[in-house]
Design a protein around this ligand. Structure first.
Ligand code: ATP
Ligand code: MG
Length: 388
């Protein structure tokens, strides 16, 4: 049997909500590792222990845990009785195949009834390891850190810390609806909200069959990626091509981008509300493209009474790209495809759309039936991880 010790950080700070946050994390870990021979998951004095059958699953366990929000770090650990001699024996056995020049021991005593204080555990265990292996103790820059955590009945020993995704466990912060294009930015925006514990519904507008099916394939793949972190994802796919054609007929070219966005917002608000979302999310950043000015953002936001969250608002493109690479959406986003908005987009969109002009144009267009129709025709897809 193997153990993994999972540490959470931020959720430890959440006061009276803490047990609920931890339960959520435990249940997310359970779902994420459901098919990996996990025997037991339990919350243990400020950490979580995951027990699983065999070492052959470790790589996959590691991969999956590293993507789950709410985990600060985790470690493959061996468990022993909470008795100093047994702990020392266990640690020495763990070190049997290890060869280093310098090391230190770092101990944490969770149950203060354990007779040795942490510094004493460190000193005494360090002494035994030094005597057995001849390695030099180096407290500042050790090549290896042997970590020991003593609880009430058991102790854990481990040698490596794997970085977690950070953030909050999926599901503790309520639902949002993210407008997801096939581009680089919005997947990162969606991920950031997943990481803050939100359940992120995705809404994609496509112009199929005027344009290819690529954008829908891309967002499905992006949804799959995000599902590895939030474990289930609902994607709504909305036909937008006809609406765009009508906008082209009724709206002066410089105002079209803002009108498209306002229509997207209205449709997303309706779909979002119906699925319990409390806010809308976009991948916009101030000044990134001509249409993403503060003026335009305010004209776009005024069609909805929901908060519009823009998690990337202050980021540079370079930073966004770096993050997209880290979360694995970049490679999908750069697959060439015609954006539904570039097809009908003028070369020089208004950077300071006036709300009154936009409203007049929308009056001529007649937005309500367009929104109704789009909402009614939205197609829903569900993603779960691990896939059923
Ligand atoms: P992205 O990289 O996310 O496509 P972008 O830099 O191309 O963003 P815009 O085209 O101005 O910027 O889009 C701004 C935001 O509007 C996107 O981040 C996304 O949230 C939303 N959006 C744009 N096009 C679509 C679409 N086809 N479906 C859903 N949302 C969209
Ligand atoms: Mg785009």
């Amino acid at each position: 049997m193997q153990s993994v010790i999972v540490h959470y950080q931020e959720i430890a700070l959440k006061g009276r909500n803490r047990p609920w946050f931890v339960e959520r994390l435990v249940s997310n870990i359970r779902s994420a590792t459901a098919d990996l021979g996990v025997l037991r998951i339990r919350s243990l004095m400020g950490r979580i222990e995951v027990q699983y059958e065999s070492d052959e699953h470790w790589d996959e366990v590691r991969e999956r845990l590293s993507r789950l929000p709410g985990i600060a770090n985790f470690s493959k650990a061996v468990r022993s009785k909470c008795d100093f001699d047994v702990i020392a024996e266990t640690a020495l056995a763990e070190l049997a195949d290890v060869e280093v020049e310098s090391f230190r021991v770092t101990a944490k005593r969770a149950d203060k009834r354990f007779p040795l204080r942490s510094p004493e555990i460190e000193r005494q265990l360090g002494g035994r390891i030094k005597a057995a292996r001849g390695w030099r103790v180096d407290l500042e820059r050790p090549e290896l850190t042997v970590r020991v955590e003593t609880l009430t009945d058991e102790a854990f020993c481990y040698l490596r810390k794997e970085p977690g995704a950070g953030g909050l466990p999926s599901g503790v912060s309520g639902r949002v609806a993210c407008l997801l294009s096939g581009g680089i930015d919005s997947p990162v925006a969606a991920y950031r909200m997943v990481k803050r514990g939100c359940r992120v519904r995705l809404i994609h507008f496509h112009s199929y069959p005027i344009l290819s099916h690529t954008s829908q394939d891309k967002v499905a793949e992006i949804a799959e990626r995000l599902t590895r972190s939030q474990l289930d994802t609902r994607l709504y796919v909305v036909a937008f091509g006809d609406i765009q054609r009508q906008v082209v007929l009724a709206v002066p070219a410089p105002l079209r981008v803002v009108v498209y966005r306002r229509l997207m917002m209205r449709i997303a608000e309706r779909i979002g509300r119906a699925s319990g979302a409390m806010a809308l999310v976009t991948g916009e950043a101030v000044g990134q493209v001509a249409s993403q000015t503060l003026e335009n953002m305010s004209v776009i936001d005024s069609v909805t009474s929901m908060p519009v969250l823009r998690p990337l608002v202050g980021m540079d493109k370079e930073e966004i790209i770096r993050e997209a690479r880290e979360i694995g959406t970049y490679e999908i986003s750069i697959i060439p495809d015609e954006d539904c908005c570039t097809l009908f987009t003028p070369k020089h969109p208004a950077t300071k759309a006036r709300e009154r002009q936009v409203e007049a144009a929308e009056q001529a267009l007649g937005v309500d039936p367009l929104v109704d129709e789009a909402v009614a025709s939205a197609v829903r897809r569900e993603f779960t991880f691990p896939a059923k």
